[in-house]
Design a protein around this ligand. Structure first.
Ligand SMILES: [Fe+2]
Length: 461
C-alpha cells in the first residue's frame, strides 16, 4: 500500500508482508478477512504518514484522496468493493502489473530516460514480460511518459521456479514439491554455484522458457526419473544460463531499436536475479538500475506513480530513494521496557563501536536495527545480521540462525573506500548485483560469501 503527495512525493509505503509477518503475503480470499486486512493496512499507512484518520463511523471527516489506484488484474472484485467502501476518492484508476513494476523502478533510477524491461512469473492476462520506454518530467509543465513498446510471450519467472522444484537440496525434500513456492527461485540462484551448465540441455530448456514445450513434461524428461545430486546441480546452473541467454537476445533487440536512452532499468520479480543483472550490466556498458524492491513489494508504489509521477528537477537524483521506506519497529514504544527487562537478568548495557568490534571478533552475530526498515526484500543495513567473516564456522552459524541450508550465501559489507581492494566490478549498495572479486582473494575467503564460481558470489541475505 502506498500514499503519495500530489507532487509525487512519497508519504508512506507499506509492505503488507511486514505488517502481517507472512512472506509473500497475498490478500485473503474470504471477504470478511479481506476487509479486516485492508482496514488494518490502511490504518497503518495513515499512521506512518502522520495522518489522523477520523472515519465516518465516528462522525468525523474522512480522508479525501484525489486519485486511488487499483490493480488492473483484480486481487478480485471484492478488494475493489472494499476499497470503494473505505476510501473517499475523487477518481479511481487501474494500473497494470508490469506497468506498475516498470514505473516503480524507472522513477527510482538516477537518470531521465530509459529502456525499462519488466519480467517475472506473473502479470495481467498472461503478460509476463513487458518493455517500456520512459522519460521523466523535469518541470510541472512537461509530462512524464512511460510507454509500452513490446510484450514478449514468455513466463521466465515461472519456468525458473519450476526448475527449482526438481532440486532435492533446494526443496529439502526427496520428491519434487508440487506446490507453488516463490522462495525456491532465490534459493536456486545461490545453489546453482555448485553446478556447471550442460550445453546439451540448452536447447530443450530454451523451448520450455519460450513456452514451446510443456514445463512439466519437458523438464522431467530432461532430468529423468531419478537424477543424481550432481545432475541436479548442473541442471540448476543450466536453467540460469539459458535464462540469461534469452535475456541477452531480448535486450540486444531493444537496444538496437532504442540506442539513445540514458540507461537501462530492469524490474519484476526476475530482476532479483543478481547474476543476470550483473551480466546484463557488463554486456551493455550503459547506466543500469535495479530498484531494491523490483518484485511485487514495489507494485503499489509503482501503480501510484503512474498517475502522480515524481518531478525530476535534478537530473541525477540519488539512486534508489525508496530503499528505507519500510516501517519503524511496530513495538518501538516498548523498546525501553524490553531493555530494562533484559538488563535485569541478561546484562543489557550500552556499547560503543570498539565494544561492538570486540564482541564481533569473539564470534558473536549481531542484529542491527536502525531507523526505518528496508523497502523490498534485501537486507541493506537497517535490519541486518552481521558477523566477522574470517572466523571459522561463522557462516554455518549464521545459516543455522536463519534456518538456511548450508550452501546459502551471505553478503559482504565493505566501506566504499576499501571496496576497490576486493572487487573489480562496480559497487552497488542495494544487493542487486553480484560482485566480481579481484584474483588475490583466496578461495578460502570466497567460501564465506558463497561457493566460488568464476570468482563471483551470488545473492544477499
Ligand atoms: Fe510481479
Amino acid at each position: 500500500m502506498t500514499l503519495l503527495r500530489e507532487d509525487g512525493g512519497i508519504l508512506a509505503v507499506l509492505e503488507l508482508e511486514r505488517l502481517f509477518g507472512h512472506r509473500y503475503y497475498g490478500f485473503p480470499v474470504d471477504e470478511e478477512e479481506l476487509e479486516r486486512a485492508f482496514s488494518r493496512g490502511y490504518a497503518e499507512l495513515l499512521d506512518q504518514a502522520g495522518i489522523i484518520h477520523r472515519g465516518a463511523k465516528n462522525g468525523g471527516e474522512k480522508i479525501l484522496h484525489k486519485i486511488c489506484v487499483l490493480p488492473a488484474a483484480a486481487a478480485g472484485k471484492a478488494l475493489e468493493t472494499i476499497m470503494k467502501k473505505t476510501l473517499r476518492c475523487a477518481s479511481w484508476k487501474f494500473a497494470g502489473h508490469h506497468q506498475s513494476h516498470a514505473a516503480q523502478a524507472f522513477y527510482d533510477a538516477p537518470f531521465r530516460s530509459a529502456l525499462v524491461l519488466s519480467y517475472d512469473g506473473g502479470g495481467d492476462v498472461h503478460q509476463n514480460f513487458e518493455v517500456y520506454l520512459g522519460k521523466k518530467r523535469t518541470s510541472s509543465s512537461t509530462p512524464s511518459f512511460l510507454e509500452l513498446v513490446m510484450v514478449h510471450k514468455m513466463n521466465l519467472g515461472t519456468v525458473y521456479q519450476e526448475c527449482a522444484t526438481y532440486l532435492q537440496e533446494v526443496t529439502g525434500d526427496k520428491v519434487r514439491k508440487e506446490q507453488y513456492n516463490r522462495a525456491l527461485s532465490g534459493k536456486m540462484m545461490g545453489y546453482l554455484a555448485l553446478g556447471k551448465e550442460r550445453p546439451e540441455w540448452a536447447s530443450p530448456l530454451e523451448r520450455v522458457y519460450r513456452g514451446i514445450a510443456s514445463q512439466e513434461t519437458a523438464l522431467r524428461d530432461l532430468l529423468g526419473k531419478a537424477p543424481t545430486i550432481p545432475e541436479q546441480r548442473d541442471f540448476a546452473a543450466s536453467c540460469q544460463t539459458v535464462f540469461e541467454q534469452i535475456l541477452f537476445e531480448v535486450f540486444d533487440e531493444h537496444l538496437t531499436l532504442y540506442p539513445s536512452v540514458d540507461g537501462i532499468v530492469v524490474s519484476g520479480g526476475c530482476a532479483l536475479n543478481v547474476l543476470s543483472n550483473r551480466k546484463l550490466q557488463l554486456r551493455y556498458g550503459l547506466p543500469f538500475h535495479v530498484s531494491p524492491a523490483p518484485n511485487d513489494s514495489g507494485l503499489s508504489l509503482g501503480g501510484a506513480q503512474i498517475f502522480t509521477p515524481p518531478l525530476d528537477t535534478r537530473g541525477s537524483a540519488p539512486p534508489a530513494p525508496s530503499m528505507y521506506l519500510g516501517p519503524l519497529l511496530f513495538d518501538r514504544h516498548a523498546v525501553p521496557a524490553y531493555i530494562e527487562m533484559a538488563g535485569l537478568g541478561y546484562g543489557a548495557r550500552t556499547v560503543d563501536v570498539e565494544d561492538l568490534a570486540s564482541i564481533l571478533n569473539d564470534g558473536a552475530i549481531i542484529a542491527v536495527v536502525r531507523g526505518r526498515s528496508e523497502f523490498g526484500p534485501r537486507a541493506l543495513g537497517h535490519r541486518s545480521l552481521i558477523a566477522v567473516p574470517h572466523l571459522p564456522e561463522i557462516k554455518q552459524k549464521m545459516n543455522r540462525l536463519k534456518f538456511r541450508e548450508w550452501w546459502r550465501p551471505v553478503a559482504p559489507m565493505v566501506t566504499l573506500e576499501d571496496a576497490k581492494r576486493y572487487v573489480q566490478s562496480s559497487i552497488s549498495g542495494f544487493c542487486v548485483f553480484v560482485f566480481i572479486f579481484l584474483p588475490w582473494l583466496t578461495d578460502q575467503s570466497l567460501l564465506f560469501f558463497s561457493l566460488s564460481r568464476d570468482r563471483v558470489f551470488a545473492g544477499c541475505s
